[in-house]
Design a protein around this ligand. Sequence first.
Ligand code: VGL
Ligand code: ZN
Length: 208
Amino acid sequence: MDALILVDLQNDFMPGGALAVEEGDKVVPIANQFISLFKYVILTQDWHPQDHQSFASQHKGKEVGELIQLEGLDQVLWPDHCVQGSPGAEFHKDLNLQKKHVVFQKGTQRKIDSYSGFFDNGHNQATGLEKWLKDEGITGLIVMGLATDYCVKFTVLDALEAGFKVTLITDACRGVDLQPGDVEAALQEMEAKGAKLTDSSRWFGEYR
Ligand code: VGL
Ligand code: ZN
């Protein structure tokens, strides 16, 4: 059995949002097509306390995009985004969720970021997603969302490590590309570690 995983399709990652990913909203109509195909639809939700230490605003003299050490891990500093309960943390209003989805939240601990939907960046605490999927007998994951070079990438890598068969729908992903080439490198790394990269046209034809 396969499940669909929609990574961080939240307002703050959409054009106009606090951590806008270019063309992030282009993913939404493709996600809607896939939602109607799957019994199991998982949404990951970046869900930070307002003083989350991945926010540049929490570090005097530091700017967005700078790299710091946080609890011994490399941490890119981001604009304040996806603050718990804020409109920016809500899912895009055009997502047609049909009420069959399950949400897994991440990034809730102040001192550690969590790009993956499975674990925090230190791999210390599980979100419960792996257990949930395995309890349901799910062996394959179809993954898409934002951002290719952060939350999509780390979700896919953890999924592979957990033993799931992973298919990434590349045209339903968009990335940050903080350094030009990051998105391409992320795609290559996911493929090299065993993810199958494919295109939504394989499911839905070329009419778009
Ligand atoms: C993300 C940076 C910070 C993502 C989340 O969804 O890819 N990126 N928080
Ligand atoms: Zn975040």
